[in-house]
Design a protein around this ligand. Structure first.
Ligand code: M6R
Length: 593
């Protein structure tokens, strides 16, 4: 949530580096944005706009900015509405800062700063950072020590970058709880501090990730250097690693949207996951498995429960991280605790993992971002190989997470990835059919997604995806559960997507949808070719639409279904004219509780 970038350079074109990085960071938040820079006369300027980076770019380009140092921010509002005054950077007496995270004690600090004569223009927690640094400098502290003193007073989480107009050759950053990376350009003429490797792609080929409580100070003299010190103030060297994010990863490559590109990558992601999977976790050593995650990653865990119990015969609990961590859970020392997260930064999942570690239990994480906090703190890591996922709605990462979990349950040698890949490709070839159905769905007041067995977690994922992108109320249910209450809302404005491949649950799910049709509800039956002979006129009902997918073994069937529900959500949002890559109110990486 919120993306930050900062740059110090021998060249005066940092505003373009800031804007291009903000464009790549937009997935972290996109309600408002801003930059601050210091001009050739050592004067600090800020440009802030409400809306997307495109609007900020236009504002910056109107002013032909020339600067060797600057900071930038794209916001996902936590404290304070979406307004220009609440947009970052915040400033005080020539200091400007950008912040990702939450300063929990900001009210108390704000009171003290107001008493000291400062006035605040925003409702944010972040503004106290700039004011406190400025306040500390009033008593004679240098920019660097004023920054360090300020940091020591904050309760909460932060990644902060700061500049000061009287010291335009200095750029400072600090990290606690929110990710931060630093890198030099290939020619050594520029240094960048940012939220992640995606922001730094095309700016820095090699980067170092800051550790908790690290402070980085970049200085420009004869050369450009940065120095990192740890919580005890000792100078430390953090490993410099290649920045693996290529420009290709963060461009649409001819697709209209990132989400469509990422859905079309799903078969390849399944293949890569299979090819690269080489983890040998002996599940028989554990009496049980607990899977903890949020959102789509939680649904990946629910799907894994079916497989782990059915194939490996091991008891599995699946928990939502934000509940698990606050309910004083009873932990089983010998169980395997698995944490699933695409971003590796979801704070609830991270804190749940810390809770388990603190009890002396080993943790296994499934993460898609290499150097993320969860990847770095887990005892064991399974790297999902979905590649960079830019669309805010998770799609291909779900494929990588679920297939990785299935490969934990089932030996690779007994698995036929060709079947999976080809079934998913066949679904992609039917994209136009989903577009046609979406035209009907778009008018629905609300939606149910129903399924039995492994189709139930797929239903939950389908409902979440359409809700996120189309802003329509949608609930996933086991199909047998609808009659226990939810059916009360069924009328001719309610659509039900029934996920019913021709498996052992088919008849029952179709029978449940009859109950919906009897109440004038509309049904979209997502089934497989083999069901054609068993519909007994069901498909002749004017309130029924059928989409037929390829048949495959029940074990593999969830994969083409995933692609199908992702396409349906995509086309419905497009039919409604919404921005599928950046749905309203959301952010990709949820680093607040
Ligand atoms: O990065 P994570 O996998 O930990 O994220 C968890 C959820 O925030 C995420 O899956 C969210 O539900 C997505 N918007 C789903 O599309």
């Amino acid at each position: 949530m919120c993306g930050i970038i900062s740059a110090l350079s021998f060249d005066d074109g940092v505003s373009e580096s800031l804007l291009s990085a903000l464009e790549r960071l937009e997935y972290r938040g996109y309600d408002s944005a801003g930059i601050a820079y210091i001009d050739g006369n050592s004067r600090l300027h800020r440009i802030r706009t409400v809306g997307r980076i495109k609007t900020l770019r236009e504002a910056v380009e109107r002013q032909s900015v020339k600067a060797n140092v600057g900071i930038g921010h794209t916001r996902w509002a936590t404290h304070g509405k979406v307004t220009e005054l609440n947009a970052h950077p915040h400033s005080a007496d020539g200091v400007a800062i950008v912040h990702n995270g939450i300063i929990e004690n900001y009210q108390e600090l704000r009171k003290r700063l107001v008493a000291a004569g400062y006035s605040f223009e925003s409702e944010t927690d972040s503004e106290v950072i700039a004011k406190l640094i400025a306040f500390n400098m009033k008593s004679g502290a240098s920019f660097e020590s004023a920054f360090k003193q300020a940091i020591s007073k904050f309760v909460g989480t932060f990644a902060i970058a700061a500049i000061y107009e009287a010291e335009p050759d200095v750029l400072i950053g600090a990290k606690r709880g929110s990710p931060m990376a630093v890198g030099l350009s290939k020619d050594g003429r520029s240094c960048f501090i940012a939220s992640d490797a995606v922001a730094l792609s095309s700016l820095a080929d090699e980067i170092a990730y800051l550790e908790e409580e690290d402070i980085v100070v970049a200085r420009k003299g004869d050369t450009l250097r940065y120095e990192i010190c740890n919580a005890s103030g000792e100078t430390v060297v953090r490993e410099v690693v290649p920045n693996k994010v290529s420009l290709d990863d963060v461009t649409k490559n001819g697709y209209e949207t990132f989400m469509l590109k990422e859905i079309f990558e799903e078969p390849r992601v399944a293949r890569n996951t299979y090819d690269k999977f080489d983890y040998d976790v002996d599940l028989s050593k554990f009496p049980g498995v607990s899977i903890i995650a949020c959102g789509t990653s939680y649904y990946a865990g629910l799907l894994a429960k079916y497989w782990l119990e059915d194939i490996a015969g091991i008891h599995v609990d699946v928990e939502i991280a934000s509940e698990f961590r606050y309910r004083n859970p009873v932990l089983f020392k010998n169980s395997l605790y698995v944490f699933i997260s695409q971003s590796g930064e979801t704070i609830d999942t991270l804190c749940a993992m810390r809770l388990v570690k603190a009890a002396g239990i080993k943790t296994l994480a499934l993460v898609n971002v290499d150097a993320s906090s969860i990847a770095r703190e887990a005892d064991y890591v399974i790297k999902t190989v979905a590649g960079v996922e830019v669309g805010v709605a998770s799609t291909k990462a779900f494929v990588a997470q679920t297939l990785s979990m299935l490969l934990l349950a089932k030996r690779k040698a007994d698995f036929d990835i060709d079947v999976v890949e080809s079934a998913m490709n066949s679904v992609l070839n039917k994209s136009h059919e989903f577009a046609k159905t979406a035209e009907k769905l778009k008018s629905g007041r609300s939606l149910f997604y129903v399924g039995r067995g492994t189709s139930y977690p797929i239903s939950l994922e389908g409902a979440l995806k359409i809700k996120e992108l189309s802003y329509v109320s949608a609930e996933g249910y086991p199909s047998g559960e609808i009659k226990h209450g939810p059916i009360a809302i069924v009328d001719d404005c309610v659509h039900t997507v029934a996920i019913a491949p021709f498996d052992k649950h088919f008849e029952k799910t179709v029978s449940n949808t009859q109950e919906i049709l009897a109440r004038n509800g509309k049904v979209i039956l997502l089934t497989t070719d083999a069901a054609r002979g068993s519909l007994h006129g069901f498909d002749a009902n004017e309130n029924v639409d059928c989409i037929f997918l390829p048949d495959c073994d029940a074990l593999y069937q969830p994969f083409p279904l995933m692609t199908a529900i992702h396409l349906l959500a995509y086309h419905t949002a497009k039919a409604k004219g919404y921005d599928v890559d950046k749905p309203r109110n959301l952010a990709k990486s949820v680093t607040v509780e």
